[in-house]
Design a protein around this ligand. Structure first.
Ligand SMILES: Nc1nc2c(ncn2[C@@H]2O[C@H](COP(=O)(O)OP(=O)(O)O)[C@@H](O)[C@H]2O)c(=O)[nH]1
Ligand SMILES: [Mg+2]
Length: 365
């Protein structure tokens, strides 16, 4: 999974990015690297892995991972090539979801590019750039489709869709709120890979004092929440500056510091929960003496496709999956006892894998 961090300059993107990648690097005792100063791979914290790992005396624990990209350079006019403009926009096209950082904190030492703190205005500025960029794609596509549409029914139908979509974007609305008339249109829309189709998680960057009550008393956070709700997006409240301090701490100190702040979760944990939620993701687990590992899949994935995450051979030669839920396994103490109690199920091709399933695949090669 790849998440792109966007937002206006000076809203706290890099501070957040650094804290996420640092926290990630520190919490993992194996080499999670930074590929590039702007790309970081962060392991997904999952307490179940440690418990399972102990149970199986495992050599290696491999958590799921998220790739974060710090996408700088988005300013008004980016879609017209201002700032890093188009380069930045093409970076966003590759991500699964957008983390849009909005400034909700006052600090006279940190200059705001538009002179004042106003999250809704900022959101609109960024979203319009994304819409403009999508419009460009749609216009190019219209030009190409129009040529063949006279003699080709399918192209004529697509052209009609493109024209409707263009009007929608021109009204300043994101493609994800566009009403599609059938599955064919749905499939076409996916092929355009529009920025404004991507799920968005707003990161409301607040001052430290607003953390404990999750921004409840901050009027600007309330505005962002209302906006996101109407759009079907997620919001999480963070103080990027504090997050950076948290990232520097050892595991024990971290817990104490969070407690002092009245928090149960770090920003990284909040963000990961929001991403899994908005992308409809869950994790299943595999465990053994060599390796204990978490695998990320879309909710609703059936057993053979879940197996395909591990290896394409597992999907092709899928026979059955032996499954016990994490909770049952831990309650029973080990796999054999779970089996004796009838809690290990043998599931076939139609089984929909659940979050926390501990799975052993049986397959032909
Ligand atoms: N007061 C305060 N300052 C912050 C916070 N997050 C970032 N900053 C400061 O804002 C400035 C810009 O931050 P940066 O992360 O570089 O913003 P970017 O341009 O969006 O990447 C830096 O001086 C940060 O120290 C925050 O939560 N509170
Ligand atoms: Mg930056």
């Amino acid at each position: 999974m790849k998440l792109g961090i966007v937002g206006l300059p000076n809203v706290g993107k890099s501070t957040l990015f650094n804290s996420l990648t640092k926290a990630g690097a520190e919490s993992a005792n194996y080499p999670f690297c930074t590929i590039d100063p702007n790309i970081g791979i962060v392991p997904v914290p999952d307490e179940r892995l440690k418990v399972l790992g102990d149970l199986y005396h495992t050599e290696k624990i491999v958590p799921a991972a998220i790739e974060f990209v710090d996408i700088a350079g988005l300013v008004k006019g980016a879609s017209k090539g201002e700032g890093l403009g188009n380069q930045f926009l093409s970076n966003i096209r590759e991500v699964d979801a957008i983390v849009h950082v909005v400034r909700c904190f006052e600090d006279s030492n940190v200059i705001h590019v538009d002179g004042s703190v106003d999250p809704l205005r900022d959101i609109e500025t960024i979203n319009l750039e994304l819409i403009f960029s999508d419009l460009e794609i749609i216009e190019r596509r219209i030009a190409r489709t129009a040529k063949g549409a006279k003699n080709d029914k399918a192209l004529a139908k697509e052209l009609e869709l493109l024209e409707r979509l263009k009007l929608h974007l021109e009204e300043g609305k994101p493609a994800k709120s566009f009403t599609l008339s059938d599955e064919e249109e749905e499939a076409l829309l996916l092929t355009y890979n529009l920025l404004t189709c991507k799920p968005v998680i707003y990161a409301a960057n607040v001052k430290e004092e607003d953390l404990a009550d999750d921004g409840a008393k901050n009027e600007r956070v309330a505005q962002v929440r209302k906006f996101a709700k109407e759009e079907g997006s997620e919001v999480f409240v963070i103080c990027a500056q504090i997050e950076q301090e948290i990232a520097e701490l050892e595991e024990e100190e971290k817990k104490m510091f969070l407690e002092e702040l009245g928090l149960t979760e770090s920003g990284l944990e909040k963000l990961i929960a929001a991403s899994y939620h908005i992308l409809g993701l869950i994790s299943y687990l595999t465990a053994g003496p060599k390796e204990t590992k978490a695998w990320t899949i879309k909710r609703g994935t059936k057993a053979p496709q879940a197996a395909g995450k591990i290896h394409t051979d597992f999907e092709r030669g899928f026979i059955r999956a032996e499954i016990v839920s994490y909770d049952n396994l831990i309650d029973c103490g080990n796999f054999n006892q779970a089996k004796d109690k009838g809690l290990v199920r043998s599931e076939g091709k139609e089984y929909v894998v659940q979050d926390g399933d501990v799975v052993l695949f049986r397959f032909n090669v």
